[in-house]
Design a protein around this ligand. Structure first.
Ligand SMILES: [Zn+2]
Ligand SMILES: [Zn+2]
Length: 77
């Protein structure tokens, strides 16, 4: 039985995700997100959508990027 990399649960419908050349096994999207999704540098929310990246730092939205002093992203929205 495959085992979830996040919570260790054995689950016959587990699925695999390849990220950064590594293969992960998860029993749920919640576990996949908690392991793989980046966190907003400002509000710490999990970024499940596209998010914004500036110099390797991820933000969930323009507002958060602005709060951290990133202003160059504003023009794109
Ligand atoms: Zn799990
Ligand atoms: Zn945020």
């Amino acid at each position: 039985m495959p085992k979830c990399d996040a919570c260790g649960n054995d689950y016959d419908k587990a699925f695999q995700v390849i990220a950064g050349g590594k293969t992960y096994t998860f029993d749920s999207f919640e576990c996949a997100i908690s392991t793989l999704a980046p966190t907003c540098a400002h509000c710490k929310v999990r970024i499940v959508g596209h998010g914004l990246e500036k110099s390797g730092t991820m933000y969930c939205c323009n507002h958060c990027a602005e709060q951290e002093g990133v202003t160059e992203l504003r023009d794109r929205s």
